[in-house]
Design a protein around this ligand. Structure first.
Ligand code: GLU
Length: 487
């Protein structure tokens, strides 16, 4: 059997990161089995259609390396197929036209709620006589088409992750198959399409489990073979709710903009609900295809951790060849206004010096903006407390900076010479390394955090570094006088 899976997003907006995880699992399962992975756009709910969503979803999938086979399928192109299937069910007495108005359905809903009955339709139109139906049709009354769900017995469903799940048929609803605007519901379109596309594994989020019995009944009513079902656990934020924008990034486009690498996102998402063993953490796409197994997907919902994703992204950033890193990082330098677009040769060389030093320290390319500011702009303000250990003896820090200036003036600004000069200074004066390095670091970078001190100084160059140290001395001197705030 050739495995055929599909990803079937509704074009209601950008692709959610949880959706990408579903797409990834579907893709991996198909590719692992040398099968096919399709993209189906479920665009039959016109009221929720968002212009541009299809392109955005495709872009996100391609970014992650999830290339679908053949051309994408659009449900809106296939309305005939669904109508024909519904017609067949009507003719065979397996479905019926329901002429109930919205107002009536509302009343039924409320009444059932009051009487503590399961929500759903009361099946008023299920047993209309032919004359009643003809009369409605002659009046041009709008109608939906509903499935006649058996009233007794049970429907047994199999899910490859959860095993067997049984549903009493008397708890199921006569679901709508075709809406009054002639568009199919998800239920109808999914069953017809998955049959027509010869999908072997229906892979989707676990929110569809409760609909599985009516889907099985619909497959049976249409005389279709029932595919395997795989319901993936949901991806939640730390608060146990669906991951949303308030948690940080939630759509794939957000993650792309923040400078996450596709390799990192794919690697992390694969382990969000699936595991190989407790040891292996790093997986390339090829390895995922090789090792992925539906039977090792967990039933429990998965909690999304930005910290863990950052860890992966940091790892993959460090693996990139410098030229690739440059290509990916350049837009962030441009966007921050640090270099021109396109950059000059000098600017390019400067970035190429910075990147090896910062790649150990940033997690996302977006961090370039804040982390690299000092490489392009001298600090405007300082926090005097940063210059000394626990903000203690500021005068001493100023003295150290003053005494180090003439030494740096005589030093070549390459890493080795800087290291040698400062080492001699420390040996001679007996000043602790930290007490010497910290004020210099803060003077040139404006903060306690920077790449290695010698590397930073050599990248900034002698003239710029000395200017900044002199500025800091002036700044601190006047802030001493003026109650320690700004100049
Ligand atoms: N359009 C459905 C959704 O976005 C797809 C479910 C499925 O994959 O069958 O949830």
């Amino acid at each position: 059997m050739l495995v055929r899976t599909r990803f079937a997003p509704s074009p209601t907006g950008h692709l959610h990161i949880g959706g990408l995880r579903s797409a990834l699992f579907s893709y991996l399962w198909a590719k692992k089995n040398n099968g096919k992975f399709f993209l189906r756009i479920e665009d039959t709910d016109r009221s929720r259609y968002v212009e541009g969503a299809v392109d955005s979803i495709k872009k996100a999938l391609l970014w992650a390396g999830l290339k679908w086979d053949d051309e994408p399928i659009f449900q809106s192109d296939r309305l005939d197929l669904y109508s024909k299937a519904a017609e067949k069910l009507l003719n065979e007495g397996k479905a019926y036209r329901c002429f109930c108005s919205e107002a009536r359905l509302d009343r039924v809903r409320k009444l059932r709620e009051q009487n503590k009955l399961p929500s759903g339709y009361d099946r008023k139109c299920r047993n209309l006589t032919q004359e009643e139906i003809d009369e409605h049709l002659a009046h041009g009354d709008p109608y939906v088409i509903r499935l006649k769900v058996p009233l007794e017995g049970e429907t047994i469903c199999h899910d490859l992750i959860r095993g067997e799940i049984r549903f009493d048929n008397n708890t199921l609803e006569d679901i709508v198959l075709i809406k009054s605007d002639s568009f199919p519901t998800y239920h109808m379109a999914h069953v017809v399409d998955d049959h027509d596309m010869q999908i072997t594994h229906v892979t989707r989020g676990e929110e569809w489990i409760s609909s599985m019995p009516v889907h099985i009944l619909l497959f049976q009513a249409l005389g279709y073979e029932i595919p395997a079902f795989v319901h993936f656990p949901v991806v939640l934020g730390k608060d146990g709710k669906k991951l949303s924008k308030r948690d940080g990034a939630a759509s794939v486009i957000d993650f792309i903009e923040m400078g996450y690498l596709p390799e990192a996102v794919v690697n992390y998402l694969a382990l969000l609900g699936w595991s190989y063993d407790d040891q292996k953490q790093i997986f390339s796409m090829d390895e995922l295809i090789q090792f992925f197994d539906i039977s090792k997907i967990s039933k429990a919902s998965a909690v999304f951790s930005y910290e863990k994703l950052d860890w992966y992204n940091g790892y993959y950033l460090r693996q990139l060849p410098l030229d690739d890193l440059y290509q990916k990082a350049l837009p962030y330098f441009i966007k921050a206004g640090y270099v021109s677009n396109p950059p000059s040769t000098l600017e390019k060389e400067y970035i190429l010096k910075i990147l090896p030093e910062i790649r150990e320290r940033i997690f996302r390319l977006k961090d370039i903006e804040s982390y690299c500011k000092f490489f392009f702009h001298q600090p405007e303000i300082y926090n005097p407390d940063d210059f000394t250990d626990k903000g203690r003896d500021l005068n001493r820090a100023i003295e150290i900076l003053k005494s180090i200036l003439p030494i740096l003036k005589e030093t070549d600004f390459n890493i080795q010479s800087l290291e040698d000069s400062l080492k001699i200074y420390i040996d001679k004066t007996g000043i602790k390394v930290k007490d010497c390095f910290m004020p210099i670091r803060v003077a040139v970078c404006g903060s306690k955090y920077s790449p290695g001190l010698f590397e930073t100084l050599s990248i900034l160059g002698k003239e710029e570094s000395l200017k900044r140290i002199e500025n800091a001395i002036k700044y601190l001197g006047s802030s001493q006088l003026n109650t320690g705030t700004t100049v």
